[in-house]
Design a protein around this ligand. Structure first.
Ligand SMILES: Cc1ncc(COP(=O)(O)O)c(C=O)c1O
Length: 388
């Protein structure tokens, strides 16, 4: 079958040397990053401090818009940060946990950093309610919805679960939260770039993620979407001079907030990481998330079929509509198998309660999936011989 997305393979040097199935962790680096970094250095070297005016000051807003375009966010509604944890802190700092409405509802399938952050907010008055998974794969939606009540302030949840690739019912969560006056912080790290995200259709309050996985943008850039009507009135207490109406006036005392996106930023922005993020964002926007999603559903189904042939446990939903871009397979001795795969330049990772995570992206061939799972079979056979 012809696969027109494979024409992008030559844009990603690492694909020539490895079987790269780890875009859930770190997307492959686009060739264009070499030029972006060279140009960053040239601008710094030749323009010096004038680079701020020429290009750097607005860069965080421009990259925010490029990310926003991928999730149907209106221009100016996405601010750039270092990572998701920082985005949670910015959101938390907009709210007061000392009143009656101080409950934070989340799932134990959230990414741990997000849990650690919210658990730590107990000392500021947050009442944290964690909803536990029954099967280690899915989030019990009904129980999560029941936990969201009139005292709930915030619901920080993942759109796609990092362990299992389960797609949370974001629409139902947002609807319930809004019915009782709570706000949802949707972590789209494992969705944006592989599963369609439309923040306006979801009517979600906040969405955040990073660019280093499915967006092939490298480490150092997180993003935060704030619903425009909230963006006009919220006042983050985690703030700084980039959020001031007139940063260059260097006023003393209390901040006068500017408009989004800078309203939600704080100190000096992370220019090199923002520059490195752009080539990946450009490619993803050119390829289009819908085409990526179609291919991903087909390739993840193929991985499940291959795993089934060996009767290896699959810790990922079988329903393609409920499944993101990763297939977690817990074959016998999966952690050791993962180490062996890495030695063979088959790049995957292993997570507790998940197994080996295989994450094909638009640049992977079907043959690479076969190579990876044949290698697993081979490794297990070798181990069985050695154990005899
Ligand atoms: C769903 C999800 N959220 C957050 C993170 C990481 O958070 P941070 O950007 O704060 O490192 C990851 C993985 O790295 C993730 O998979």
């Amino acid at each position: 079958m012809s696969d027109e997305l494979l024409r992008y393979r030559s844009e990603f040097p690492i694909l020539e040397r490895t079987t790269y199935l780890i875009s859930n962790s770190l997307g492959a680096m686009p060739r264009g990053v070499y030029d972006a970094m060279k140009s960053y250095a040239d601008i710094w070297a030749t323009r010096g401090v004038r680079a701020w005016e020429d290009r750097w000051w607005m860069l965080a807003a421009e990259v925010g818009d490029e990310i926003g375009a991928l999730m149907n966010a209106p221009k100016g509604s996405v601010s750039a940060h270092q990572n998701v944890t920082t985005c949670q802190a910015v959101v938390a700092s907009c709210f007061d946990f000392s009143g009656e409405r101080n409950k934070v509802v989340y799932s134990d399938m959230n990414f741990p950093s997000v849990m650690y952050f919210w658990e730590a907010q107990r000392q500021y008055g947050a009442r944290v309610h964690m909803v536990k998974t029954d099967d280690g794969v899915t989030v019990p939606t009904e129980r999560l919805l029941d936990a969201i009540d009139e005292t709930t302030l915030l619901v920080p949840v993942s759109h796609v679960i990092f362990r299992s690739a389960y797609i949370n019912d974001a629409k139902a969560i947002v609807e319930k939260a809004h019915r009782v006056g709570a706000h949802v912080v949707l972590d789209t790290f494992q969705s944006l770039g592989t599963v369609p995200v439309d923040v306006q259709a979801l009517n979600v309050d906040f969405a955040c993620g990073g660019v280093l996985k499915w967006l092939c943008g490298g480490p150092g850039v997180g993003y935060l979407y704030v619903r425009p009507d909230l963006g006009k009135k919220l006042e983050p207490k985690f703030t700084g001079w980039f959020a001031h109406q007139d940063s260059m006036a260097f006023e003393t005392g209390r901040i006068r907030y500017t408009d989004p996106p800078f309203r939600f930023m704080n100190g000096t922005t992370h220019i090199p990481a923002l520059e490195a993020a752009r080539p990946g964002l450009k490619i993803i926007s050119e390829v289009g998330v819908n085409r990526i999603r179609e291919k991903s559903k087909r390739q993840t189904a193929k991985l499940i079929t291959l795993a089934d042939q060996h009767e290896w446990r699959v810790n990922t939903p079988r329903d393609p509509e409920k499944r993101g871009g990763t297939v977690s397979i817990d074959m016998p001795d999966s952690q050791d198998v993962c180490r062996e795969l890495l030695k063979r330049d088959i790049l995957v990772d292993w997570r507790p309660k998940a197994g080996v995570r295989f994450s094909p992206h638009f640049y992977n061939t079907d043959q690479e999936l076969e190579i990876a799972l044949a290698a697993v079979e081979d490794i297990l056979k070798e181990r069985a011989v050695l154990a005899r």
